[in-house]
Design a protein around this ligand. Sequence first.
Ligand SMILES: Cc1cc2nc3c(=O)[nH]c(=O)nc-3n(C[C@H](O)[C@H](O)[C@H](O)COP(=O)(O)OP(=O)(O)OC[C@H]3O[C@@H](n4cnc5c(N)ncnc54)[C@H](O)[C@@H]3O)c2cc1C
Length: 397
Amino acid sequence: MPRVLIAGGSLGGLMAASLLARAGHEVVVLERTAGAMDSRGAGIVTHASLIAGLQRCGMPQGHELGVAIPGRVTLDGTGAVLGELPMPQVLTSWSRLYQLLHGLLLQLPAAQYRQGVAVQRVEQHAGGVRVQTSAGVFEGDLLLAADGIRSTVRHQFWPGVQPEYAGYVAWRGLCDEGVLSRGGREAVFERFGFCLPPGEQLIGYPVAGPGNRTEPGHRAWNFVWYRPAPAPQRLAELMTDADGEHHPQGISPNKVSWRAIAAMRSDARRLLAPAFAEIVEKCPQPFLQPIYDLYSSELASDRVALLGDAAFVARPHVGMGVTKAMHDALALESALAGADDVAAALRAYAQARLGPGQQVVQRGRRLGAYMQACGQDGNTAQPRDAAKVMAETAVEG
Ligand SMILES: Cc1cc2nc3c(=O)[nH]c(=O)nc-3n(C[C@H](O)[C@H](O)[C@H](O)COP(=O)(O)OP(=O)(O)OC[C@H]3O[C@@H](n4cnc5c(N)ncnc54)[C@H](O)[C@@H]3O)c2cc1C
């Protein structure tokens, strides 16, 4: 069985590591972050194939993954209902998935999870890979790059593949259920909510609250508000903290300028249904992420392969990032099963996953373009079809 090295120990790396270690491979995950990882990110929409994949990673039957909801609702700026759609779904969070997958991996004797190890450079030779890291050299039969949108490994092998800014950002945040008014809770809390101001879109749903609790009264509402931010000027302003320091690679939640937060909250009162404006107002620490596409034309080079966000990033309208990484991990498991020729197995993996990855990026672009079309250049006359938006957002395509 080949010895597998994995760069990146977030959800993509953990899913691949679990599946491969359970299949009998010796697996070493190399994660750059030294400290605790479980406070990152916010809500994640799950799909049936993700849940099936998690069970294959060892998630016990009946494990409570998150908060189950019955369907979706769109509210206009006054709070009136524009449309409803029954669509049961389970909403979870990055930290809940991370805790589950990390715990499952640590039970496997064939797996190691090494933190504080940054992959720097990879050399391939006839018998395997030699990976230079901040903590010395690791040898293996192959390297899987699950090191995210700014992948060091992808940059070494395919330097021309770069994230492309979509022209808008996502303001995100969590608001505890307990602080909301009864009216606000009843209007939206139990559902996947939508609001469609011109050229913008807010979505949100309930997730586990503090302490990962999912019982009513202790949950939180996760919102994602897509807003235009043309580059370079407006984007640079948002990525600059209150002390004037610019963070072009991503601004951490505690650095987002209080002036930008105050302006965003004021816009929320003007543009969003009151139930959503209340959530935005009472969220203690909104943060923001620019939205990117990442589109690859190759996924493997001999003994190195890309997976998860290192391979493709689709705009979060599709809600497929974690599910797509799971599909990559399952395809790797199947390609490497019983493989003597590692390079041929990784070619088979690339062939299986290139088309689906490209399609999901295109789908995210289409949904984003539809959002932007109404409102751009002052065109506010073209209303969006709430039923269409609800039916196409965060569904398994
Ligand atoms: C606004 C927004 C909303 C989203 N909503 C959803 C949703 O509802 N559903 C969904 O499925 N997905 C969603 N996503 C996407 C999802 O978060 C990602 O697709 C998913 O987490 C993919 O994870 P990954 O493991 O491939 O990459 P990442 O999570 O980026 O992990 C990369 C890891 O590699 C490590 N690393 C980086 N460089 C190195 C190095 N040189 N050496 C070692 N380690 C390294 C990093 O520290 C990190 O831990 C959303 C994304 C955004 C921005």
